[in-house]
Write a protein that binds this ligand. Structure first.
Ligand SMILES: [Zn+2]
Length: 731
């Protein structure tokens, strides 16, 4: 079962990670925060967590109403009624209900009689109860998705003429109050009374039935009052609005030598636009160096909050980020007063809003708990260890040396964004577009060709036909996205863009990415054995499949480049990207620890802390490779301002992708040609939404780990070395 409460955000799934989807690689799209917040709801270290909800421990918790004494009394009566054998379940269930029951739900007496009436001891009756929930949840989730999709169609699909009302419908969510409605109707309490909340961030050996029960209980693991949720929405929206307007008009930006090398109308948003512009300049790494350095200097000014407030989102000024001089069009000096730490004030507002949610989250009393234990189901410590392993590995040092060699100059801090491993030059895009546009004149052509496309990927005709039946293809307004169904009678929707001249290569590449999502969605909804387990553990998993499909786009077209170096470059690119995004993820994690340790911090104190933590991280991991000290560049990501601890997801996602790719490739002689993508993917997907480690173990035989990525990069380095040796011989 998908998280029915936050079902509105299903469309965002793809937007978060997407390289090719509707927004930038790291989810500049506005929904990232909400989508991250929705993720998967999961249980807690139940005994410990629920105890933490007792009044003595947490007097600030607003939900404390049922005392330990009342709990003990209710437990005794239930044991008397159902016998000692049921005691363990009774104790757990009653405590779970008590943790969420407040005065509005009824008196202590009503609490007790509710438990007496709704607790089920008989196994057959309990199975019937689970069945009731299963049917209800699929219906709620399925109709919510279908309705949301319908309401958004004029905004999402290119076939509609736009009306001003469209945006209003797109934000209308009849399921906004679903979470609270589950509690006011007491449906949630029945679930909590009869099914256990488990800490699924630890690897658990559970039966399918136990997983289903656990996932159901987790649906009710959050009960945030409307006004508190609204407060958080407002804080995130303000932070998002702040970063969405953070444009630098580059026309008037001067290099160190006083020249203005950037196009007059170039406007770059921080950090995405600034970063991508640096990336785009690697075509001439020596000639473009001064321009790249100037953008780095802008980033430093932003992080340090030395940037003149007047520069932000203001065209027509001349600004030298090196001297910080600011002039108007007539060359007259303009007030260059620095931005007054607004960046850090916004982060603090988000933190304080999350602190309000903390009070209503007895099982997950910090955002750190909620992100790691609940959304990702991977412990913070574990994520930190995996990231550190990648960043500090000897393989990464070798890749850094290779980057330096390919650039032909010393490394600069912004070379964390080196993108020269992407083999664009080897693609003849015009030729590919010609081929693709002849094949697909409209979305219907693409849908009709799905059995063929899937066949090329290794799917049997029967499975391909089944998938085609469950995937609708619609014309997207944007670049494309995928929207899974929430019930089996509905279809997944693949949105792709087909211009009048026919689909171009870029569009086709993205369409294959979205197809990967849709195939995963259909398998994990329609072929999973229990709809309570519909889905994959978290967004990183569906993205992994999307990338697997996307990277085989040329194979499907019959245009694959057999050069082993092309594949090798891909592995190096993945590792280098993980090092970069993993480092900013580590900083994000450190910042949130610091916030909880310094709840009364001022924006200036937070600024100093973030800058010094960024430099420390830099000096620890990058100074040895780059030979440069004290760069604060890791603090530039806008996610840190507006998406509360979202960043670590990217690198974990990349590791999952590497593990799945390595498994599909196969590494022994028997599977030298690689495993069958179609069969393996279905086998992996029908595991459903169990926890990440258990899923991964079932999928590829080992738990989540950075090893596959590091090994692939090590192999790739060998391929590159052989290539260079070969080139020397040929000379
Ligand atoms: Zn995607």
């Amino acid at each position: 079962m998908k998280n029915v409460i936050n079902v509105l955000f299903v469309v965002a799934v793809c937007q978060i990670f997407a390289v090719g989807c509707c927004c930038r690689k790291d989810g500049s799209c506005g929904r990232a925060a909400e989508a991250a917040a929705c993720g998967t709801t999961s249980g807690a270290d139940a005994a410990q967590g629920i105890q933490a909800a007792s009044p003595a421990v947490n007097s600030e918790n607003q939900m404390i109403f049922i005392t330990d004494e009342a709990i003990a009394g209710t437990v005794a009566k239930l044991v008397e009624k159902h016998g000692e054998a049921a005691r363990a379940r009774i104790e757990k269930g009653v405590r779970q209900v008590a943790a969420y029951w407040n005065q509005k739900d009824g008196s202590v007496e009503e609490f007790e009689s509710f438990c007496m009436e709704q607790f089920i001891a008989d196994p057959a009756a309990l199975t019937m109860l689970l069945d009731r929930f299963r049917v209800a949840m699929e219906s709620i989730s399925g109709h919510a998705v279908a309705m949301t999709r319908k309401l958004r169609e004029p905004v999402d699909l290119a076939t509609f003429q736009t009306l001003p009302v469209d945006l209003l419908f797109a934000t209308l969510n009849p399921f906004d109050h679903l979470s609270e409605d589950f509690f006011t109707t007491k449906v949630a309490f029945v679930g909590l009374l009869n099914f256990p909340l488990l800490d699924t961030s630890e690897p658990l050996e559970l039966s399918r039935r136990e997983w289903a029960e656990a996932r159901l209980a987790q649906t009710f693991a959050r009960r945030i009052p409307g006004e508190v949720a609204l407060g958080a929405t407002r804080a995130y929206a303000a932070a998002e609005d702040y970063i969405a307007r953070y444009n630098i008009h580059m026309g008037g930006v001067q290099n160190q030598d006083g020249s203005t090398p950037f196009p007059a109308d170039l406007k770059l948003i921080s950090h995405w636009g600034l970063r991508d512009h640096i990336k785009g300049m690697y075509s001439d790494p020596v000639g473009n160096l001064p321009n790249q350095q100037t953008i780095l200097q802008i980033m430093n000014r932003i992080v340090n909050q030395e940037i003149p407030a007047a520069v932000v989102d203001a065209p027509g000024l001349t600004w030298n980020p090196w001297t910080n001089e600011l002039k108007d069009a007539e060359g007259k000096a303009v007030d260059a007063a620095r931005e007054p730490d607004t960046r850090y004030a916004r982060i603090l507002e988000v933190f304080r809003a999350e602190q309000q949610i903390d009070k209503y989250s007895p099982l997950y009393p910090t955002l750190i708990d909620r992100r790691f234990k609940l959304d990702r189901e991977i412990r913070e410590e574990r994520v930190r260890r995996m990231l550190e392993t990648v960043i500090s590995s000897p393989t990464t040092k070798k890749v850094a040396a290779l980057v330096r060699k390919r650039l032909g100059r010393d490394l600069q801090p912004f070379d964390i964004w080196y993108d020269g491993f992407k083999n664009r030059a080897s693609l003849n895009e015009d030729l590919l577009t010609k081929k693709v546009s002849a094949l697909y004149r409209g979305v219907n052509d693409f849908r009709a060709d799905l059995p063929n496309v899937l066949g090329k990927l290794g799917f049997e005709p029967e499975t391909a036909a089944f998938l085609q039946q469950h995937i609708e293809v619609d014309p997207a307004r944007g670049a494309g996205h995928a929207m899974g169904a929430g019930m089996r009678t509905d279809s997944a929707h693949l949105r792709t863009r087909v211009p009048e001249s026919g689909m171009d290569y870029k569009g086709y590449n993205i369409a294959l990415h979205e197809l990967g999502h849709c195939v995963e969605q259909v398998f994990s909804l329609n072929r999973v054995d229990d709809t309570l387990l519909d889905g994959v553990p978290n967004t990183a998993f569906t993205e992994a499949f999307a990338f697997v499909f996307q990277s085989r786009d040329l194979d499907v077209l019959g245009e694959a480049n057999p050069d082993p170096e092309v594949m090798a470059m891909r592995s190096l690119d993945l590792l280098w990207s993980t090092v970069e995004i993993g480092s900013v993820g580590l900083l994000d994690m450190q910042m949130w620890r610091w916030l909880y340790d310094h709840p009364d911090a001022t924006p200036a104190q937070l600024r100093d802390a973030v800058v010094s933590m960024a430099k420390e991280l830099w000096n620890k991991y990058f100074e040895p490779m780059f030979g440069i000290k004290d760069s604060p560049i890791l603090a530039i990501y806008s996610h840190m301002v507006a998406y509360g601890l979202y960043l670590p997801d990217y690198s974990v996602g990349f590791m999952i992708q590497a593990q799945i790719e390595a498994f599909l490739k196969g590494d022994d002689l028997a599977t030298i040609k690689g495993r069958n993508l179609a069969r393996e993917m279905e086998r992996m997907c029908v595991q459903g939404r169990i926890s990440p480690d258990v899923w991964m173990k079932g999928a590829v035989g080992s738990e989540l780990s950075p090893d596959a990525m590091l090994k692939a990069a090590e192999d790739a380095l060998a391929v590159v070395e052989r290539g260079q040796a070969g080139a020397l011989e040929a000379r």
